[in-house]
Design a protein around this ligand. Sequence first.
Ligand code: DGL
Length: 270
Amino acid sequence: MAVGIFDSGLGGLTVYDAVSKRLPDVPLVYFGDNAHAPYGVRDAEDIFQKTTKSIERMWEEGCDLVILACNTASAAALRRMQESWLPENKRALGVFVPLIEAMTERNWGDNSPPREVDVKHVALFATPATVASRAFQRELAFRAIGVDVEAQACGGVVDAIEDGDLILAEALVRSHVDALRRKMPSPEAAILGCTHYPLMENIFQDALGADVQVYSQANLVAESLAHYLDRHPKMQGEGTENVFLTTGDPKRVSDRATQFLRRKIEFTAA
Ligand code: DGL
């Protein structure tokens, strides 16, 4: 048994990396549905079907707890999964809430009524499906009042990263930041609302300028998982080894993953 980390492709490796550093003794099963990435241009039904199929495969690896290290799946499928699909002994956790709790200066699991927070103008960069779901704004409204969120759907960035074309990814990030600034000239904070985007974090920060605080999810998700496992130690499982599964071409995906994490990562076919 192990904790599962799921993404449509390579982006969840940013979460995997942070979790493996924060919880080095927890065995992890990473699953990338690379054959079907990007999810961000698909409709909610399609994202639900693809996410649940991947998670069923992770159950075969003993993952009773799966982190959806994919904002698109968290936004489009998680609520439906939790309400009507997950069996009683399985859990799935998304990546939005830890980020919003950090931005709204809350402790983990603080469910008190929404209140005013320091940050008033927030830029959200995410996939088209995540932006269309408005899930981020909904979660934020449960916790904070008076925050103006401007969302920018960053078409093309995930495809470019999956293809290893980082020059195209950089050009697209800069043009999406320009587009955002035309709608919101002076954001105080920016949310990287897609787990692929931390791979381009320096470019986002450079394009936004040093005075904009950039929030990305990996470390926040790792911290909230550590807190969750403290409270639910049985969900950690036993197992000893990390496993990497992909629906894509294992050689190609391993090469990209090794390039991104700067250490040898070997995927096998899911
Ligand atoms: N990393 C996923 C996310 O966080 C990628 C989305 C996609 O496949 O388009 O949204």
